[in-house]
Design a protein around this ligand. Structure first.
Ligand code: PMP
Length: 390
């Protein structure tokens, strides 16, 4: 039943169906777009295109309404339990979103001696903004400390015991990632709130979770949720920050001071509609199952080392569930070379150090990242090539 559902969805991606000899396995970098998103872009540009927030004629009004309604659409997509007490700010992607929180908002909120917990093995986009905030404050004579949050390979999660030890009464902000972009683990962010207490601001980098699994605000207890539109099937140059207005200075950057990426926002609305129609819960089940298939098979091939968490499908498992990201190395073949070899067979993977920050695994590895358009057959074809190289 899930297979027939997946085949029907896969058929809606022209770039996938148009290239039967190629296999796209780099969705953690950016996702492919369904026909509905391409159509929405075409429709917007051929019927409505105008600037937003100014102008009194129909197209301008419609564009302004589009942007305003898109904010509500993002809230609805995230299951916002109190939409009247939150705001949505559109950005060019997760990098700009995290920078907006870290550099533009956070410094107004911190005092001498405050602390920010920063995850050292995360994407650089979730490390630099907090370092920038610290530098910016230091220039004003305000000294804040960055506390490195460690990561535990065996469980595929942050090291929560260590976090409980490092977080203290001066901890004002914790930057966490929902799904790790190299290890693929769905981080147990419920435990973060318990470790840091009710007053700290939790900023969630949801670049690898929004569009891949249900991201329900009512179950997350985050103050900021930052995501990337292009990884959620919208156009590049789109993304958003959802902010809870519960505490601290109000988060209201921008307003109508510049031209928003109206085409990107139109594509984001179409992408969220499409994802809700497809069902993020089923998308998650599909990509988790594909990743499990690949991870389990690689474990039986001596030449490969899989990074990050063990695959686990059990909801109550102490080991975090691996989402659709599998990163590995070959014992003898350099990861860059392995990437070229795989592409000579039509597989598009990422092979480098994946923009991982600080104390992460700095050496290169090959990352296979999946979305709902990927099929079981594609994984089996990949495995047969990897097996011949073992
Ligand atoms: N955070 C994570 C976890 C990511 O994987 C990425 C993209 N690779 C980013 C942030 C940056 O996202 P964007 O490309 O939208 O700036």
């Amino acid at each position: 039943e899930l297979r027939a559902w997946q085949q029907a969805l896969r058929a809606q991606f022209p770039i996938v169906t148009g290239h039967p000899d190629l296999v796209y396995l780099d969705s953690a970098a950016t996702a492919q777009k369904p026909r509905a998103v391409l159509d929405a872009v075409q429709t917007y540009l051929t019927t409505t295109n105008a600037n937003a927030g100014r102008g009194t004629y129909t197209w301008a009004n419609r564009t302004t309404t589009l942007v305003e309604q898109a904010r509500d659409r993002v809230k609805r997509f995230l299951g916002d339990p109190a939409p009247e007490r939150s705001s949505v700010h559109f950005t060019s992607g997760a990098t700009e979103g995290l920078r907006t929180v870290g550099r533009d908002w956070l410094p107004r909120f911190l005092a001498d001696g405050d602390e920010i917990v920063v995850p050292v093995a995360d994407h650089q986009a979730n490390i630099s903004p907090w370092e920038e905030a610290r530098r910016q404050l230091a220039r004003q004579g305000v000294h804040v400390k960055l506390l490195p949050m460690p990561y535990q390979q065996a469980s595929g999660d942050y090291d929560h015991t260590a976090l409980a030890d490092i977080a203290g009464p001066r901890t004002r902000c914790v930057a966490v990632t929902h799904v790790h972009h190299v290890y693929g683990g769905d981080m147990n962010i419920h435990r973060i709130r318990r470790a840091v207490g009710p007053d700290a601001v939790i900023c969630l980098d949801a670049a690898q979770s929004v569009g891949h699994l249900p991201v329900e605000l009512s179950r997350l207890d985050a103050d900021f949720v930052v995501f990337s539109g292009h990884k959620a099937m919208a156009l590049p140059g789109s993304g958003a920050v959802w902010a809870r207005q519960a505490r601290g200075p109000e988060f209201a950057p921008g307003g109508w001071s510049g031209t928003p990426n109206t085409v990107g926002i139109a594509s984001l609305v179409a992408a969220l509609d499409w994802l809700d129609g497809a069902g993020t819960e089923r998308i998650e089940r599909w990509t988790v199952a594909l990743a499990a298939r690949l991870t389990e098979a690689l474990r039986h091939l001596d030449a490969y080392e899989v990074l990050g968490c063990r695959t686990s499908l059990a909801a109550d498992s102490p080991v975090q569930r691996r989402q659709g990201i599998v990163t590995f190395r070959h014992r003898d073949i350099d990861s860059g070379d392995l990437g070229f070899i795989l592409f000579s067979h039509g597989f598009m993977v990422r092979s480098d150090s994946h923009c991982q920050g600080g104390a992460g695994e700095k050496s290169d590895s090959v990352r296979v990242s999946l979305h709902v358009y990927n099929s079981t057959e594609e994984i089996d074809r990949l495995l047969s090539v990897l097996t011949t190289l073992g």
